[in-house]
Design a protein around this ligand. Sequence first.
Ligand SMILES: Nc1nc2c(ncn2[C@@H]2O[C@H](COP(=O)(O)OP(=O)(O)OP(=O)(O)O)[C@@H](O)[C@H]2O)c(=O)[nH]1
Ligand SMILES: [Mg+2]
Length: 453
Amino acid sequence: MNELPDRQNGESSHRGGFGDLAGETTGLIDRSFREQIVLVAVQFPGSTSDQIDANLDELAQLVDTAGADPVDRVIQRRDAPDPATYVGKGKVTEIQAASDGSDADTVVFDDELSPAQQFNLEKILKRTALDRTAVILDIFAQNATTMEGKAQVELAQLQYRLPRLRRRGDQLSQQGGGIGTRGPGETQLEVDRRRIQRRLAKLEKELTGLRTTRKNQRKSRRRSRFHTVAIVGYTNAGKSTLLNRLTGAEALVEDRLFATLDATTRRLPLPGGETVLITDTVGFIQKLPTGLIEAFKSTLEEVAEADLLLHVVDGYGPDPEAHMHAVRSVLREIGAGDIPELTVFNKIDQLEDGGIDHLLHRHEGSVGFSARTGEGLDRVLAAIGDRLRSLTQIVELMIPWSRGDVLAAAHREGEVLLEQHEEHGTRIQARFDEVSQRLLADFVVDDVSGSVE
Ligand SMILES: Nc1nc2c(ncn2[C@@H]2O[C@H](COP(=O)(O)OP(=O)(O)OP(=O)(O)O)[C@@H](O)[C@H]2O)c(=O)[nH]1
Ligand SMILES: [Mg+2]
């Protein structure tokens, strides 16, 4: 079960559901009914109606995962968002009619609304107006289980809530309805703001502590000289299923979005004899809120510091390449854009033979497999080994007899392929990664990559 951020903080909750996200409740659990939701998207120039439909399908899936029922959709074509109401004024009336017609309590917009837009929309629609970010935050809040995950989600929620507090102050003064109510409303606002700021400071401190612990863990892993592989990909692509299949881990697998929020690392022996450390972590999505990326910094460092990214793509999904694009844009945002990437297309059990040939063809070095049936897993493992080997180089070192420490380091850091004792010292050929090569640069006599294999 979820812990409610503000309850931890001694606050009470006075409303339930989506609308109270980012503070008073974490979502729709504990509710005896599922909220009815109208979805709204704007089609800006440059996007097609197919893309908008796909985005709305995804938003519907997000809403459903959060525990509510999408019941209607409204789409508007516009050149730019209306600064006051996101959609045009006439469209707001249409949304209101759709909401009345389907008895919806809440309207969810497929883009981030500014605090002012949200406030204005709620005032006109007389119902809760939310954006994609709020729904994603809500799902994260429901799925967070570890202390770190919970702290990261709460941080993102509070940051989302802070600029939207004015709304609550105004509501308070309206609820009071009359002379004298505005004062207490504003005062409450100040109290809320200070409380959130205090809580934010505390969370940030907590997370900094956890980050240091993680960093130390990673450092000791580096010392172990295992290569690290991070599984990345769109949410629901099958990342955790793959980790479980490969390592016998028992990571949570569910047909819902953002089932995984924390990182799980396991050892993975490769067919070539090498062992690597493989990490499964949080999935990405289009328009992943920047605040969440920022809050999940410590989890995402696992990705940013990997030697190789194993990019799992749902090959059976409606638009695998759009998902790949979204994943790569998040990777760039977290500083992992330059890490070598191996693309693997999952769920081929759902496809006819040759069903992803066009994808394999377009993405050089990619591999198709099924995490569910195990088909093609051997190809995935071999490809991981190949890619890692291509990141290392074979060099020849001449180490004088007096430098037993260097010889020991060479054995520790690399994979020694050949060792010869000669008059002045030991000659070895070994495979090293870039860091080790720099460390041992003074003793390198030759780069023999290509000549030994
Ligand atoms: N048909 C089919 N389904 C699969 C395959 N691999 C995973 N799935 C299903 O896809 C859904 C998502 O799988 P997960 O492993 O939880 O996906 P994930 O990428 O870890 O998702 P998040 O952690 O939520 O981001 C589950 O219902 C899996 O059973 C596959 O090879 N074939
Ligand atoms: Mg997962």
